[in-house]
Design a protein around this ligand. Structure first.
Ligand code: HAM
Length: 416
């Protein structure tokens, strides 16, 4: 038997109904905040991710699904969506036609991580990217939107962690000091951690090794102590607005995030209800990325959230079934076309959900099925009534039944 790949999931209709519902709410939420949906391809040039997410990050180093295409091109299934959005923005030179671009997205991303609860190899992200503003109110808008989305979906026990990484030259100095402070412990680090320390010291802070985490926690300097007065002012302006919007947060001076493109504000939203994979969403500023990838000098900030983790945090039951208004029970082979025509007419004229049986089951089992899928009415095509151009309409809740002229069915339901 061929099975799905580890870390991927099949979603059957009772599960997708919940997701469709979440997506509907997200679409409305984004639109009323002035964000429009962008859809970019699922695969891109590998270089896009190594240059943006960063060559020495876990994502690029060991988690990407990458292959050489028949024509020798190096391609990758997107491990995140910010890089693709930025690529599309630059390609269209959007800064020339609009001073600010506000996008949101929903779709699959791929990372070859070790699967566990809340961690998949094909997972789904939704997120936003606001491209064009340096101002702190843009940071506050993004962070408050992230928070309000979870509130909208009834997720509690939320914590926002926020920090500032300053601008790039600060990261260089901080990286050097970090390296110096940790070199004393080099015997304790494995080869990949030593490579990180040598090539991109900040990435040692993402190590999942408990001993390394302890050493880092006890000895690493805080990046926040390195940021300039200007960056500090920006950070204070962001937190001031958050205070006034009543968005609760804690300042975590060790938060650095696992991707290389960040500058200044970074944040994560976690929920204590989630267990080990507690990050619901994460994001931050990336004021240099657009220029680094060949665009103008344009600032940006955004976040992305895991759909599967949102669903875990919402603690949803699977829905029973799709919604059905009318169930058409057909009993004779020669009535099939007429029954199908009526189903179409009802859907078109009344916009109702009509289910029609295709198993040619007995009336008893069709009625049982109609009950199971919560049909409000059944229309029974029985030979006797059809002789008088009528069908039987059964109200499933009240258990009453009447014969109605086929020509009057639409007006019958209009008055129901
Ligand atoms: P990230 O922190 O790598 O950031 O991912 C964002 C969210 O995606 C995580 O908080 C988590 O909920 C979800 N996620 C990540 N990996 C997995 C996985 N293997 N299984 C399930 N869920 C996962 C980014 O991707 C950045 N692009 C965020 C951003 C947007 N920064 C600025 N703009």
């Amino acid at each position: 038997m061929i099975k799905n790949i580890k870390g991927t999931k099949d979603l059957f209709p009772n599960a997708t109904l919940n997701i469709q519902d979440i997506e509907r709410h997200l679409n409305i939420f984004m639109n009323i905040h002035g964000y429009g949906e962008i859809r970019t391809p699922i695969f891109e040039s590998t270089e896009l991710f190594s240059r943006s997410v960063g060559e020495h990050t876990d994502i690029v180093n060991k988690e990407m699904y990458t292959w050489i295409d028949q024509n020798g091109q190096n391609l990758t299934l997107r491990p995140e969506m910010t890089a693709s959005v930025v690529r599309a923005y630059i390609q269209k030179q959007l800064w020339k036609t609009e001073p600010i671009s506000k996008f949101y997205y929903i779709g699959p991303s791929f990372r070859r991580e070790r699967p566990q609860k809340g961690r998949l190899r094909q997972f789904h992200q939704f997120g936003i990217e606001a491209i064009g503003s340096y101002n702190p109110e843009q940071d506050a808008e993004i962070i408050s939107m992230a928070y309000n989305i979870y509130k909208m979906f009834g997720v509690n026990n939320l914590e926002i962690k926020i920090n500032s990484l300053g601008s790039n030259n600060i990261r260089k100095k901080y990286g050097n000091d970090l390296k110096e402070s940790l070199m004393k412990y080099k015997k304790e680090f494995n080869d990949s951690e030593m490579t990180r320390l040598e090539k991109n010291p900040l990435r040692i802070l993402d190590s999942k090794n408990k001993n390394t985490q302890k050493i880092v926690h006890e000895n690493a300097p805080n990046i926040f102590d390195y940021i300039s007065n200007e960056d500090n002012e920006h950070f204070n302006a962001v937190t001031n607005i958050l205070n006034q919007l009543n968005i609760p947060y804690t300042h975590d001076q060790k938060l650095v995030r696992g991707l290389d493109y960040y500058t200044k504000t970074v944040f994560e939203l976690i929920s204590s209800d989630l267990g080990a994979q507690d990050a619901l969403c994460g994001g931050g500023r990336y004021d240099n990325l657009i220029k680094e990838l060949g665009g103008d000098n344009i600032p940006a900030i955004g976040f992305a959230a895991g759909m599967e983790r949102l669903i875990l945090a919402m603690n949803l039951d699977n829905n029973d079934n799709i919604n059905t208004d009318i169930y058409i029970i057909n009993l004779e082979k020669n009535h099939i076309p007429q029954a199908m025509q009526l189903a179409d007419l009802l859907r078109k004229e009344l916009g109702v959900a009509v289910y029609i049986d295709s198993l040619r089951r007995s009336i008893k089992s069709q009625l049982r099925h109609a009950n199971k899928i919560n049909a409000k009415f059944s229309i029974i095509f029985d030979s006797e009534s059809l002789k008088a151009n009528k069908v039987l309409i059964k109200n499933m809740n009240e258990n009453k039944q009447e014969a109605i002229l086929i020509d009057n069915i639409i007006s019958y339901f209009e008055s129901e």
